[in-house]
Design a binder for this molecule. Structure first.
Ligand code: CTP
Length: 319
């Protein structure tokens, strides 16, 4: 059987994955997974040779001023000017300065979370990272609600908030931002030129409505540094996904890392269908020029780390 999958180029690839979920069989959460402290520390040290989450998680105020010209990371020929609003929202110090957490959850957006009952377990971690402003309230039993850091690719404004075409969508985004209640909102503003206006809209809303979030805008070198680390470890990813970026950053400030909602396959381990996202109707095969990810390859690397005890992947129900 052949299926279209997320791949690393702008055109979907056709691959045989008749036994994909067998290949990726992962024991349930309660099985004998043990954290490998030595390996985790070794990985942290190796990653530190490429990037430092404390620094690369955000550009700081002191390093830019309004009007400065920035070349987009993926569109080197296109530039943006640092706006007054962006400047105002840059943090003065790293939002993770000096932080160390005993356990962190990184919540990916796969539909594998549905009916997992993982919400309480996720919320019990000391630091919870989520991706792309994914909704939580209506799915709290499975995904939890605690959010210490949430990412927001500019494309989310288009995909989940209809590019704020009318008051209803603006209000929806406002509600979501208000609900963040002091957590870190991580916006990759300097990656691709397409996000320019969307980032500006969000910045404006945050300032105008005095929204209580701590904004962070990843450094220009982060993407290449993360890619460099994984390439050195023979994981040839063209463009790391948000989930992999978060894992790579988290190794700096989390002693134990638990991953939920990472499952880039249309069938689960029992061959039941899995939604691409737990909260929308985006289909497998979704791929765009702006987002040429290599999720199954990343998953393989994460699975190996799970087996070695460097992180824990949960891809089924929680206890
Ligand atoms: N993810 C996954 N399996 C899925 C969907 C998502 O493992 N079926 C993980 C990926 O690591 C992904 C993260 O969850 O980065 C968050 O999901 P999503 O919002 O879809 O992120 P991206 O695909 O990285 O976002 P974009 O396409 O906008 O870059």
């Amino acid at each position: 059987r052949a299926e279209v999958v997320i791949n690393d180029s702008s055109s979907p690839a056709v691959v045989d994955r008749s036994n994909e979920s067998i290949k990726h069989n992962i024991k349930p959460a309660s099985s004998k997974w043990r954290h490998n402290q030595t390996l985790s520390l070794k990985i942290r040290k190796q990653i530190l040779k490429f990037l430092d989450a404390e620094k690369d998680i955000s550009v700081l105020k002191g390093t830019l001023k309004p009007g400065d010209v920035i070349h987009y990371v993926f569109d080197r020929d296109s530039t943006m000017n640092v706006s007054q609003n962006l400047y105002e929202l840059l943090p003065r110090t790293s939002p993770l300065k000096g932080k160390q957490f005993p356990t962190c959850a990184i919540v990916g957006n796969s539909g594998v979370l549905l009916s997992s009952g993982c919400g309480p377990e996720i919320d019990a971690h000391s630091f919870v990272i989520r991706c792309n402003l994914a909704p939580v309230q209506e799915y709290s039993q499975d995904v939890g609600v605690k959010t210490d850091l949430v990412t927001m690719n500019p494309s989310v404004i288009q995909r989940a908030f209809e590019d704020l075409v009318n008051e209803t969508w603006r209000e929806k985004l406002l509600q979501r931002l208000h609900s963040l209640n002091g957590s870190i909102l991580w916006i990759p503003a300097f990656m691709a030129k397409g996000g320019k206006e969307r980032v500006e809209w969000v910045n404006e809303l945050i300032l105008k409505h005095h929204i209580n979030v701590r904004t962070a805008y990843p450094s220009l070198r982060l993407l290449h540094a993360v890619r460099g680390y994984w390439l050195t470890n023979k994981v040839h990813i063209k463009r790391p996904t948000t989930g992999l970026l978060m894992y790579t950053l988290a190794t700096r400030f989390c002693n134990q890392i638990y991953l939920y909602g990472f499952w880039p396959f249309p069938l689960d381990q029992n061959q039941n269908p899995v939604k691409y996202h737990y909260y929308d109707s985006l289909k497998y095969g979704y791929t765009s020029q702006a987002s040429p990810h290599t999720m199954p390859l990343e998953f393989k690397a994460l699975k190996t780390l799970h087996q070695q005890g460097a992180l824990k992947l949960t891809v089924g129900e929680c206890d």
